[in-house]
Design a protein. Sequence first.
Length: 284
Amino acid sequence: MTRNFNNVARARNSKRPQRGEPMRRLPITLLLLPFLACREPSPADRLAAGTWIDLTYTFDSTTIYWPTAEPFHLTVVSARRVPAGYYYAANNFSAAEHGGTHLDAPVHFVEKKRSADQIPLNQLMGAAVVIDVSQKANSSADFRVHQSDIVEWEAAHGEIPEGSIVLIRTGWGSLWPDRARYLGTTKKGAAGVAELHFPGLDLDAARALVRRRVKAVGIDTPSIDYGQSTTYVVHRRLFASNVPAFENVANLDKLPLTGAFVIALPMKIGGGSGGPLRIVALLP
C-alpha cells in the first residue's frame, strides 16, 4: 500500500515544473472554454444549425393560379443519357407572375412604385409576426382581418415591432391544392373571378400595418384582398407605401406567433409586377 502511494506521489511530482523550468502552457482552447460556453450563438451558427421551415409550395401541374392567369407549364427538353455516356436533364417553363407562392410588388397596383427587382433585400427578410385568425376565418370564406385582430394580437404579445414581416394565418393552407375549395371555384376567366371566395384583410387592417411600418405582409390565401373584392383596396394601400405582399404562403401552421426569422427571395424580374417566391423561416 505504501509503495503504491509513493508511486502516485512520484507521478504527480514528475508533472510539476522543476526549479528554473518554464511553466507548461495549457492549450488556448482550454483556457477559453468558460468563455465559449457562455457565448451567444452567432448569426452564422444559427443559420447553419437552426431549424428551417419551407413556406413555399412546389411549382408543378397542381399549382393554383388566378382564374385569368396562365398556369405553370413545364416542358421537358431532355431527360436521358446522351451519346457521350452521361445523363442530361433540362426543361423549359412558363407561367404568369402571380400564382403559387409568389410576390406582389408594389407596382402591381400603384404606378411608379417598386417593381420586383427594385425591392431592397433588407425588406425581404426580417423578424416574423404571425397573426392567427384561423378560428374566425373558419366561420366564413369571406372573412376579413380587421384592425381589432391586430390590436388583439398586440394585447397578448406586445406591439408589432417596426420592420417586422407580418404573416396572416387563416388556415386556408389546409385546402391546398384543392382548387375548388381553395379558390371557391374551378371556373376560369372572368366567370371564375366572380366566384372567388377566400379570406383576406380589410382596409383598416392595411392602414394599421402601414402605421406600424412593417416591411411586408404575407398570407396563406390567393390574395391579401378577400376573394369578393373588386377594388383591391388592401393592395393599393400597402403598395402606395411600397409594402410588398407574399401570397399563397405555405406551412404557416408550423411557425410560432413570434420569434421566427423570414427570408423571402423572389425571382428578380426586371420591371416585374411580381414573381415566383422562395420563402423560408428560421425557427427560434
